[in-house]
Design a binder for this molecule. Structure first.
Ligand code: AMP
Length: 267
């Protein structure tokens, strides 16, 4: 894998690939890669002539008091994992490369950013949309792979691309889970063993919610079913359990670690 640290270097590399007639796949991440990230990378490598990934822990999407300073990092392990997953070009800018000074220009996506994560983390999606817009402008025309794990983020990115005519095809990819149902997340590394044992309650709640919807109960009641499953776990502190359109979405804290998950329903 070709590791690139500068904006100019990454841009020129992908421009040269396209000039060669190659299609480009892009996988933006914050690193500490797990099998969920690897699935996106393998898919980009399979579906595109050239696969690129980015690792950047974006401070704009963390609020004061969130886990920016403790966010897990392992650049050597990530480089190996990206290489094994078929990534050709890995962009790993440092903070001063991405944000050499104050940022006065931000992208906010109204509507899609409201509620759910947006209610709990009011500045989060503007931070995400801004860095993704910047990465898209650096990478240029490509297919960009995002996980359904961050369902609301995927809707925010799709809307931004449509509204601002980015030359990007957004590809949503299914959630990769551990055997016990827990959605893989870099933040799972924060969990104590007791919290890790409790965390699959999120997925169980979604399965309970799905069964409720399939029984034909009202969305409100299916949301209550999910909330009750999570609240029955002593180590979980419910943040939200909601049904939005054809999606069941939950968030809870396990100690100081906040986890999210979601599941689609077919009615
Ligand atoms: P992150 O490094 O957490 O910003 O995630 C980078 C990308 O990987 C995002 O598009 C996430 O939605 C995706 N992702 C993270 N965890 C998973 C997972 N368990 N399954 C599928 N995609 C994931």
């Amino acid at each position: 894998v070709n590791v690139i640290e500068t904006i100019d270097g990454f841009r020129k590399t992908l421009d040269a690939e396209r000039l060669d007639g190659k299609t480009v796949g892009l996988v933006p991440t914050m690193g500490f890669l797990h099998e969920g990230h690897v699935a996106l990378m393998r898919r980009a490598a399979t579906e595109c002539d050239v696969a690129a990934a980015t690792i950047f822990v974006n401070p704009l999407q963390f609020a004061a008091g969130e886990d920016l300073s403790t966010y897990p990092r392992d650049i050597d392990g990530d480089t190996r994992a990206a290489s094994d997953a078929g990534i050709d070009h890995l962009f790993v800018p440092d903070l001063s490369e991405m944000y050499p000074g104050d940022v006065h220009t931000t992208v906010s996506v109204a509507g899609e950013s409201d509620g759910l994560e947006g209610a709990s983390r009011p500045t989060h999606f503007a931070g995400v949309a801004t860095v993704v817009a910047k990465l898209f402008n650096i990478a240029g025309p490509c297919r960009a792979y995002f996980g359904e794990k961050d369902w609301q983020q995927l809707q925010v990115v799709r809307r931004m691309v449509a509204d601002l005519s980015f030359p990007i095809e957004v590809v949503g990819c299914p959630i990769v889970r551990a055997d016990d149902g827990l959605a893989l997340s870099s933040r799972n590394a924060y969990l104590s063993s007791a919290e890790r044992a409790a965390a699959p309650v999120l997925h169980r709640a979604l399965v309970d919610g799905l069964a409720a919807v399939e029984r034909g109960v009202a969305d409100r009641e299916a949301a209550d079913v999910m909330a009750r499953t999570i609240s029955a776990e002593p180590l979980a502190q419910l943040d939200y359990a909601e049904v939005v359109g054809d999606r069941l979405l939950v968030a809870a804290r396990f100690g100081s670690t906040r986890l999210i998950d979601n599941l689609g329903v077919t009615r």
